[in-house]
Design a protein around this ligand. Structure first.
Ligand code: PHB
Length: 366
C-alpha cells in the first residue's frame, strides 16, 4: 500500500508533511505569484516584499514569485532576479523575515524565453526559445503592451550556458537562506517551450522525442541537485495550460513521461497546474499523471478549501497551493482552520504598484 493510502483516513490540509529534513506544519501552500514589486533598477527584493511574505509565513510552505535566474531570463517589468549580489542580499532580508515568523520558503527559478521583449532584455536582445515560434499576444513592457516578437532558436551549444545560469541561481538561493527551490517548468516559459511540441520544432537532441524535449529540464534539474538535497527541490509543470499560447499534441503522454523522468530522484514534490488557467477544456487525467511520479504531488489551479480537503482526504494530492486566496488572505491557514470568511482579491493591484493591495489585506485578528 502506498504511503498515502495508509494515511488516507485522517490526513487533511492541516496535517504536517515532511520533505526530507524539512517539516512543513500544514499542506496549505502559498503558490508562486508574480507581483512586479522589486526595486528598480536592479530587480532587487525590497522591504515591502519582506513584509508581504512575512505576513504569509503560516503557510505550510511559501513558494516565491517567479524569479529570473539571469538578466536574459526576464520577461516582465520589476520582477525580482536571483543572480546578483544585491538580489541575494535583498532576498536574504525577505527569507529572514519569513523565518523569524516560523515560515519556510522556496525560491522559484524562472527563465521566460520567448515570453519577453527586446525592451526588457540586455542590449535589446531578441528573446530566445526552443524554436523560432512567435507567441500570439503581447509582451508587458515598461511602456505598456507591445506585440511579441519572433524569438531566436537557441543553438545547441548555448544550452550548457543556460544550465549554468540555473546552477548559479540555485547557489544564490542557498546564499540567501532559502529552504529550497522550485524549478519553473510550466506556463509557457523557457523549459515548457522545450517540453511541449507546439513550441519545440528542434531536430537536435533537445527536440523531437519526448525524451529529447525533456532533456533541458533534466539537465537543469541535475545542475540544481548539485547544490540542493533532492527533497528541497520541487518542479512545476502545467500539462494543458494554454496561457502564453502554448500547447502539446498529447499532454497526457508527454507529462506522464515527464513525471516518470522526474521519479527516482527523491525530489520534494511535483507541482501541477491542473487544467487551463484561461478556462479551456481539460482532458488530462491527473490521477493517472500522479501515478507516474514517486513523490509528493502538489495540486494547483482554482482550489478552494472544500476541493482541497477532498483532494487530500481522497489521496488525489498531498498538498495544495493557493494563489489568489493567499494574495487576499495573509492568514489563509487560520481562516481555513476557523472556517472564517475570506477577503476578496483585487485584480487591479495584482501586478505592480506599492503596498496597496499588497501588504494591506486584513487578518482576522485585526
Ligand atoms: C505572470 O506574470 O502573469 C505569470 C508569471 C509566471 C507564471 C504565470 C504567470 O507562471
Amino acid at each position: 500500500m502506498s504511503r498515502d493510502a495508509e494515511e488516507m483516513t485522517n490526513i487533511d490540509l492541516f496535517t504536517p508533511v515532511r520533505l526530507g529534513t524539512l517539516a512543513l506544519p500544514n499542506r496549505v501552500i502559498m503558490a508562486p505569484l508574480t507581483r512586479n514589486r522589486a526595486a528598480m533598477p536592479g530587480n532587487v527584493p525590497q522591504a515591502m516584499n519582506a513584509a508581504y511574505y512575512a505576513q504569509r509565513a503560516s503557510a505550510g510552505l511559501i513558494i516565491s514569485e517567479a524569479t529570473q535566474v539571469a538578466p536574459q531570463g526576464i520577461g516582465y517589468p520589476a520582477t525580482p532576479g536571483l543572480h546578483s549580489e544585491e538580489q541575494v542580499q535583498g532576498w536574504r532580508a525577505v527569507v529572514d523575515a519569513v523565518h523569524a515568523r516560523g515560515g519556510l520558503m522556496f525560491a522559484q527559478l524562472w527563465y521566460c524565453g520567448r515570453i519577453s521583449h527586446p525592451d526588457l532584455l540586455p542590449d535589446s536582445q531578441q528573446p530566445v526559445s526552443a524554436s523560432a515560434v512567435r507567441p500570439a499576444g503581447d509582451a508587458v513592457t515598461f511602456e505598456g503592451l507591445k506585440p511579441f516578437v519572433e524569438p531566436r532558436a537557441l543553438r545547441t551549444d548555448e544550452l550548457p550556458g543556460i544550465v549554468d545560469q540555473y546552477r548559479h541561481a540555485a547557489r544564490c538561493a542557498r546564499e540567501a537562506g532559502f529552504d529550497g527551490v522550485e524549478v519553473h517548468s510550466a506556463n509557457g516559459y523557457l523549459l515548457d517551450q522545450f517540453l511541449r511540441d507546439g513550441t519545440n520544432r528542434r531536430d537536435d537532441r533537445y527536440g523531437g522525442s519526448r525524451e529529447n524535449r525533456t532533456r533541458l529540464l533534466m539537465e537543469v534539474l541535475l545542475a540544481v541537485l548539485e547544490i540542493w538535497e533532492p527533497a528541497r527541490v520541487g518542479v512545476r509543470i502545467s500539462p494543458e495550460n494554454s496561457f502564453n499560447d502554448i500547447r502539446d499534441a498529447d499532454p497526457q503522454a508527454t507529462f506522464n513521461f515527464v513525471a516518470r523522468a522526474l521519479s527516482g530522484k527523491g525530489l520534494g514534490y511535483l507541482h501541477v497546474v491542473e487544467g487551463d488557467m484561461t478556462g479551456g477544456a481539460s482532458s488530462v487525467d491527473y490521477r493517472q499523471l500522479r501515478g507516474h511520479f514517486d513523490g509528493h504531488y502538489m495540486a494547483n489551479c482554482g482550489y478552494d478549501k472544500a476541493r482541497a480537503q477532498a483532494a487530500i482526504a481522497g489521496g488525489a494530492a498531498d498538498m495544495v497551493s493557493f494563489g489568489q486566496l493567499f494574495i487576499a488572505n495573509p492568514d489563509l491557514v487560520q481562516r481555513f482552520q476557523a472556517d472564517a470568511g475570506l477577503n476578496a482579491p483585487d485584480p487591479e493591484t495584482f501586478y505592480g504598484g506599492d503596498e496597496q493591495g499588497y501588504t494591506d489585506y486584513p487578518t482576522l485578528a485585526r
